[in-house]
Design a protein around this ligand. Structure first.
Ligand SMILES: NC(=O)c1ccc[n+]([C@@H]2O[C@H](COP(=O)([O-])OP(=O)(O)OC[C@H]3O[C@@H](n4cnc5c(N)ncnc54)[C@H](O)[C@@H]3O)[C@@H](O)[C@H]2O)c1
Length: 281
């Protein structure tokens, strides 16, 4: 039996941890070869080593154009092709009230969370346009969809990624290159553990806390939920999907998980206009 990505070559930024690591592992399991691109050398090397011939590690700082270009070139050199670039690397970045946020922290956060994705898309397109195939993915967030779900600069960058995805998808459709975005909500990773507890190692603890407040009782989001979304979007199963933001949040942004008394007991439908404040027909 062949995998869903048999023979494919992928580049995953932020591949040394969390959502990117889970995606690298799943892609390799599905037959892809992967460049794990990250600033964390030791972890990246270890993960690539565990994946054997299916992966190589490339030190990559996504906010640096030469570094991103080199990672894309490494994928092409190593595997002779490039089918998927997953621009996933990101940080929480600047935190706190807007009137106290130093502009340098705004710039530093945007340089990774927005410029890093722009550069990844730019250099993916450099290879994919002439080959007339490929998939570009990026990681937004539910913080980019609704207010109050993340720090200001983080939310700004994540909202911008949804617009960037749509625009680049519009440009690249004639080249048969699909561009999509994933918006995760509350996945148990080191980033969230660090944000919530101050200690990135407390992933299990934060996962339990998130499970308690999850729309799906007892079930927090897991890195593999995002890996599966990336697999769908990058494989043949997602062949007609482009410019889309796939929200993976157990319905949190629909209002799931909030008490809805309207759903608790049946009452007959109001059929006559004018009753209980309904407008006249
Ligand atoms: N965990 C969640 O609930 C959640 C929700 C929404 C969005 N996200 C997004 O998912 C993505 C992955 O986050 P995660 O939760 O797996 O966190 P994580 O901290 O486990 O992984 C992020 C990875 O990005 C790498 N990275 C950071 N800066 C980099 C740079 N300049 N160049 C290259 N690599 C860099 C880190 O070294 C790390 O390996 C991020 O973009 C994050 O904003 C996460």
């Amino acid at each position: 039996m062949t995998g869903k990505l048999e023979g494919h070559a992928a580049l995953i930024t932020g591949g040394a941890s969390g959502l990117g690591e889970a995606t690298a592992r799943l892609f390799a399991q599905e037959g892809a070869r992967v460049v794990v691109a990250d600033i964390q050398d030791e972890r990246g090397e270890r993960i690539a080593g565990e994946l054997g011939d299916a992966a190589v590690f490339q030190h990559t700082n996504v906010s640096d154009e030469a570094s991103v270009a080199a990672a894309v070139d490494r994928a092409v050199k190593e595997f002779g092709r490039l089918d998927c670039v997953f621009a996933n690397a990101g940080i929480v970045g600047a935190m706190g009230p807007i009137d106290e946020t130093p502009v340098e922290e705004f710039d530093a956060t945007m340089s990774i969370n927005l410029r890093g994705v722009f550069l990844s898309m730019k250099h993916a397109a450099r290879v994919m346009k002439p080959q007339k195939s490929g998939v570009i993915l990026c990681t937004s967030s539910i913080a980019g969809l609704r207010g109050g779900l993340g720090p200001h600069v983080y939310a700004t960058a994540k909202a911008a990624l949804i617009g960037l995805t749509r625009n680049v998808a519009a440009e690249l459709a004639p080249f048969a290159v699909r561009v999509n975005c994933i918006a995760p909500g509350n996945m148990a990773t080191e980033m969230i553990a660090g944000l919530v507890t101050g200690d990135p190692d407390k992933v299990a603890e934060v996962g339990q806390a998130m499970a308690a407040g999850s729309p799906f009782p007892g079930r927090s989001g897991l890195p593999d939920d995002i890996a599966q979304a990336a697999l769908y979007l990058s494989s043949e199963a997602g062949a007609f999907v482009s410019g889309h933001t796939l929200v993976v949040d157990a319905g949190l942004t629909t209002g799931s998980g909030q008490a809805m008394p309207l759903f608790t007991s049946y009452s007959p439908m109001v059929r006559e206009a004018g009753r209980r404040g309904l407008p006249e027909a």
